[in-house]
Design a protein around this ligand. Structure first.
Ligand SMILES: Nc1ncnc2c1ncn2[C@@H]1O[C@H](COP(=O)(O)OP(=O)(O)O)[C@@H](O)[C@H]1O
Ligand SMILES: [Mg+2]
Length: 706
């Protein structure tokens, strides 16, 4: 079919699918109670583990902060030269057992070690449980998303690029896992540790505690600047990574075209641009980090130095001045009666104090990314599948008949106004069934700018009949078969399979009736046998091999090293197009469908393969309803009935001879092909007795839109 016969390219749908929200933007809220509540429902099955690890977290925060306190006690109780008059709770209890300082110190060291061991065990427990729960949640979530994706109709995939959906399943789920495992619980842990430390510090010496926290405003200020920087570059990073991924994916799969057209340099330059964007974003983030941590370190060191100075002065006051000015002892807190032990403990606490604060800003990023990811994941999960089985499906008695009744269809999604109008039109058409009225109503008024792909198509294919659909590229042939299997819902009219409206049938039951071979055969990773069986375990090995024999591919498969168990790699890159096509034929046949559909299934195969297929075809179509779409008219000549589609309308129907006699569209198509073939290979057209297979023009297939 010559290219100039192609209809004009369809316009873009009037209402393009809403651009998905800035997908890789993470600069959202760090906490959204609505999202968080929904996220927490994923924790529900693992309540026990969560409770245990929460308790472990609190205990760990406590044992972790006990160390410096023990040091304080050891120094003050057993190492100060005049032993203290008042013993605090722990040394008082200890002194019952340990009378000498030597034994006291040893005992405290032992307690210290126990605390460390306890912390270690708690950490082990908490880490294991949280990681385990995180993996479980990811597992559940991925399963849910994949299940959901399987329920979505093809119209959904027309609008959503594969790469984006893959991201939902991979990095978005990862972001949520990170939140569960190291985000939420770690924030609690940090907060607990801070509370414990601040509590002990205030208890021991509130002026020194004040001094320690005095740098916090400065740290918060620095953190604010840092976060703004990092957030921006983080956003750019994600955008750039997404670009690199999709660019690489596209160019790697299209590498042969790139090389064929010598586009390497240009592709490389485009890639370098995306790559540079990514590098810049990372460099900015690293620059921010390179500043942030040292600055916070500097601030915290300043605080520690202040504590050392002020605490040191207080210790000296304690020993020197208090002796001289006993009245000062009445206000010990303010002027500081700080012992050496308290000072040592304080310095240790101050060092531990700033770590959780720095961590918190990291956790903030994790939380923010998780919120953005969960928003996207939930949006996907909330997208309801548009095509579902009815609540009370009607079981059709399998006959194999197909009927289209005045079917109108468009791929565009209608606006609410258009939908209301359409419903009105259909209601009034039901009362007054004049087809011309309906056609006028559907192409005027609010529906005027709808690009109808099928315009009132009606036909019946009787059980066991072989029908062929012919027409130019874009005439709506593939659309007709997609509609039969209810991949899309029609806007007006009715489609009946086995005498029952397909909208009243169970989807699984309906689709099980069909065996389909498309122009591009799709093979999955697995063996050849698995690709033919496609999970239908009821297909026996014998049936499988018979199917392969019927389509004349069994001989070839048996020559492979592992025969039917030969693995298919990279979607069958090691097989020829024809071989892949024949495997798809075997797949369709092995499922012994009631209705067989071939959509341009032979257009991309070589003449030899087509010859094999033609021989197999007779066997395949025997005893079942078949619909063949082929742009080579010779393939369809023997069909019981030929439907001629033109611009969304069924223009002619009849047998080959009847249609030729009409001198209409089919006649013209036939003439075109015949001339085409003569130009190409005059020798063949001379031999009128040549087999149809040999007379086939070996034109490459016209590229199909969509
Ligand atoms: N998924 C789709 N979304 C939007 N338009 C589509 C889609 N598939 C096909 N079309 C359009 O519908 C028209 C008919 O396509 P199709 O049925 O595939 O034609 P044929 O199989 O006869 O070559 C074409 O104009 C095509 O661009
Ligand atoms: Mg098509």
């Amino acid at each position: 079919m010559p290219d100039d016969q192609k209809p004009k390219q369809p316009q873009q749908p009037a209402k393009p699918a809403a651009r998905p929200a800035q997908d890789d933007d993470v600069a959202g809220k760090a906490y959204d109670s609505r999202l968080m509540r929904r996220l927490l429902t994923y924790l529900r099955p693992y309540k026990l583990q969560v409770v245990i690890s929460s308790i472990a977290t609190i205990l760990k925060a406590a044992t972790d902060s006990a160390g410096p306190l023990l040091v304080m006690i050891a120094v003050d109780t057993y190492m100060s030269s005049p032993p203290p008059e008042h013993l605090s709770w722990l040394p008082r209890h200890l002194s019952r057992y340990a009378l000498t300082p030597m034994r006291g110190v040893t005992l405290i060291a032992a307690i210290y070690l126990c605390c460390l061991l306890f912390t270690f065990l708690l950490e082990l427990l908490q880490t294991y449980l949280m990681q385990w729960t995180g993996q479980k949640i990811m597992f559940d979530m991925r399963r849910q998303i994949f299940r959901h994706l399987q329920r979505m109709s093809p119209a959904f995939y027309d609008r959503n690029p594969v790469g984006r959906l893959v991201t939902r399943l991979t990095s978005d789920v990862d972001a949520l896992n990170e939140m569960f495992t190291s985000g939420v619980l770690a924030i609690f842990e940090d907060v607990f540790v801070l509370c414990f430390i601040v509590g002990i510090m205030i208890w021991k010496s509130w002026p020194l505690a004040l001094l320690t926290v005095s740098v916090i405003p400065a740290i918060l200020f620095v953190t604010r600047i840092f976060r703004a920087r990092v957030r921006d570059s983080y956003r750019r990073q994600r955008a750039a990574t997404a670009k690199i991924n999709s660019f690489t994916q596209e160019y790697v799969s299209g590498m042969s075209i790139v090389q064929l057209f010598n586009r390497e340099r240009r592709a490389f330059n485009s890639f370098s641009a995306v790559n540079a964007e990514n590098k810049q974003a990372w460099t900015d983030a690293i620059f921010a980090y390179a500043w942030y941590y040292p600055v916070v370190e500097l601030l915290s060191s300043t605080a520690i130095a202040c504590v050392l100075w002020r605490g040191g002065v207080a210790v000296l006051h304690n020993t020197i001045f208090l002796a001289a000015h006993p009245w000062l002892q009445r206000a010990p807190g303010f002027f500081g009666t700080v012992s050496v032990g308290v000072l040592i403990g304080f310095i240790q606490y101050a060092q531990r104090f700033f770590r959780p604060i720095m961590d918190l800003s990291e956790k903030y990023n994790i939380l923010q990314a998780a919120m953005a990811a969960s928003e996207r994941v939930f949006k996907l999960l909330d997208t309801e599948p548009t095509i579902v089985s009815p609540a009370h499906p009607i079981a059709a008695s399998p006959s194999g008949s197909i009927e289209f009744r005045n079917v109108w269809f468009t791929y565009q999604s209608l606006t609410d106004e258009q939908r209301t109008f359409l419903e009105g039109v259909i209601l009034s058409a039901a009362k007054n069934p004049r087809i011309s009225d309906l056609a006028t109503a559907l192409t005027t008024g609010p529906l005027a700018d709808i690009e109808w792909i099928l315009r009132g198509v009606s036909f019946t294919i009787a059980p066991g009949e072989t029908a062929a659909i012919v027409g130019h590229t874009g005439a709506g042939k593939t659309t007709i078969i997609s509609l039969m299997m209810r991949f899309y819902d029609i806007q007006a009219g009715q489609i009946l399979v086995d005498g029952v409206d397909i909208r009243d049938q169970d989807l699984t039951a309906l689709r099980r009736r069909f065996g389909v071979v498309l122009q591009d055969s799709f093979l999955f990773t697995g063996t050849i046998a698995e690709n033919i069986r496609l999970g239908s375990s009821w297909i026996t090995d014998a049936a499988l091999e018979r199917a392969a024999e019927e389509v004349n591919i069994a001989d070839f498969i048996r020559t492979l090293p592992a025969g039917f168990n030969e693995p298919v790699r990279e979607r069958g890159a090691t097989l020829s197009t024809g071989q892949k096509q024949l495997i798809s034929f075997a797949r369709a046949l092995a499922h012994s469908p009631a209705i067989l559909i071939l959509d341009e299934a032979t257009s991309s195969v070589d003449t030899d393969t087509e010859h094999r297929v033609r021989l197999a075809l007779a066997r395949m179509i025997a005893g079942r309803t078949s619909v063949l779409i082929a742009h080579r008219l010779s393939t369809v000549q023997s069909a019981d009935t030929i439907l001629v589609m033109h611009k969304g309308q069924l223009r002619e129907r009849g047998t080959h001879q009847q249609l030729l006699a009409q001198h209409g569209l089919y006649y013209k198509l036939y003439q075109l092909q015949y001339r085409d073939q003569e130009l190409r290979d005059p020798a063949l057209s001379d031999s009128a007795l040549a087999t149809p297979a040999l007379r086939e023009p070996s034109t490459p297939p016209v590229t199909q839109p969509a």
